[in-house]
Design a binder for this molecule. Structure first.
Ligand code: ZN
Length: 167
């Protein structure tokens, strides 16, 4: 169903049937398909024991697993906001947990700047897709922190998770 060639997935078909809801508020067309980016992130998490282990150990506090949270049993929405270079690249909104958060995405949702889904001059096309998927994993980490912890962990969970990603 799924194979690696030279360390790169030959396709990003999600063999687990997992799902994240995508709400595109940007009104823009994208060079990079957000569904494909989410699929890449899911494959990365499910095939990376360190990454999956972090999510599962956190979610165990709520009796859940990362599989649950990605199947729709526990819906998570990715909102793509219009963005712009001076705006946040990604922002997870969780009222009462993250003090500084944007209010133009729904509470308890993950937001990514539409610019994340554009090809950029400093990456190859493949690098841009991986970069976008890495940002999604970064923000999903913040979401899981907010969902599973009583207070802000005070560390940059997203950056920590990015160090675990192996493309
Ligand atoms: Zn972060």
């Amino acid at each position: 169903m799924y194979a690696y060639v030279g360390g790169n997935p030959v396709n990003y078909t999600d063999p687990w049937g997992l799902r994240i809801r995508i709400s595109d508020q940007s009104g823009r067309s994208h060079d990079i398909n957000p569904n494909r980016v989410v699929g890449m992130a899911i494959v990365q998490i499910m095939n990376n024991p360190e990454l999956k282990g972090w999510f599962d150990s956190m979610l165990a506090k709520k009796g859940e697993t990362i599989s649950n949270i990605l199947t729709g049993k526990h819906d998570v929405t990715l909102t793509i906001y219009p963005g712009g270079l001076s705006d946040f690249i990604g922002e997870t909104r969780c009222d009462g947990f993250f003090p500084e958060t944007r209010n133009d995405i729904p509470n308890m949702s993950i937001g990514l700047n539409a610019d994340v889904f554009d090809y950029s001059w400093w990456h190859t096309d493949a690098g841009d897709e991986q970069n976008a998927a890495s940002w999604f994993i970064h923000e999903l980490g913040h979401y899981v922190d907010a969902y599973t912890l009583d207070k802000n962990p005070g560390i940059e969970t997203g950056e920590h998770l990015e160090t675990l990603i192996k493309w």
